[in-house]
Design a protein around this ligand. Structure first.
Ligand SMILES: O=C(O)COP(=O)(O)O
Ligand SMILES: [Mg+2]
Length: 242
């Protein structure tokens, strides 16, 4: 057990000098796969195709709704879908998910408390997800998180989505904060790649959706055990980056 005098503020160690934190949504703040999987299952059933389970859908999340639907169809057909079927399935998925985006979805532990504390600490918080923009506000509002965010961007808000750095650079510019003072917090290789390309510090969470790969393989600046590690005063451990 380390002495209290050796304790350090993880908030300062991780976020010292930082002014903007960009959060990913699915797999970082919310465990949304149960509702995504239910919407995918309804979509495929409607098309008389076999339905995948949550475990499959978990590995398909990360590149937005169109790619999720395309992966589900490719799995069900064992071949890439024709464009007309892809469009029908996408339209059906948007209706099904839009009708029930928060029935089975839960917040990960410590999310509310961490966002509130960071916001009170004066950090600018933005949300950058690959989820279609129309689903963001209903989810944030359901979980009472929207007041913490200055800006949110979906996968269809701009011309490019993660892993492209555009949404991150757009957020930094919107908030007039240089990328060197910005952090990207996410669960997938797309968050880490976008963060690195934008010149943000990258923090990863290991519990989300990363196509079945450990997030360490994307070499984030630091892997957190949970979001609350951004706030805790903790003894120095091997997890510190420098
Ligand atoms: O919708 C997705 O595919 C992933 O969304 P995320 O960027 O919030 O993880
Ligand atoms: Mg994610």
């Amino acid at each position: 057990m380390k002495m209290h005098s050796q304790a350090y503020s993880a908030l300062h160690a991780v976020l010292g000098g930082k002014r903007l934190i960009a959060f990913d949504l699915d797999g970082t703040l919310i465990d949304s796969v149960p509702d995504l999987a239910a919407a995918v299952a309804r979509t495929l059933k409607e098309l008389d195709l076999p339905s995948p389970g949550e475990a499959e859908v978990r590995d398909w999340v990360g590149n937005g709704a169109a790619v999720l639907v395309e992966r589900a169809l490719t799995w069900a057909l064992q071949a890439p879908p024709e464009p007309s079927l892809q469009q029908r399935a996408y339209d059906a998925f948007m209706v099904h998910y839009g009708a029930a985006p928060n029935t089975l979805t839960t917040l990960y532990p410590g999310v509310q408390q961490t966002l509130k504390a960071l916001h009170q600490h004066g950090l600018m918080l933005v949300l950058i997800t690959n989820k279609p923009e129309r689903f963001i506000e209903p989810l944030l509002s359901h979980f009472e998180l929207q007041s913490y965010f200055t800006l949110w961007l979906g996968g269809d808000s701009l011309a490019e989505k993660k892993p492209h750095p555009l949404p991150l650079l757009h957020a930094a510019q919107h908030c007039q904060i240089p990328p060197t003072e910005c952090v990207m917090v996410g669960d997938s290789r797309h968050d880490i790649a976008a963060g690195k390309a934008a010149g943000f510090t990258t923090l990863a969470l290991p519990y989300g959706y990363n196509h079945g790969e450990p997030i360490e393989t994307s070499h984030p600046d630091r892997v957190l055990g949970s979001l609350t590690e951004l706030l805790m005063t903790a003894p120095q451990t091997s997890k510190a980056i420098d």
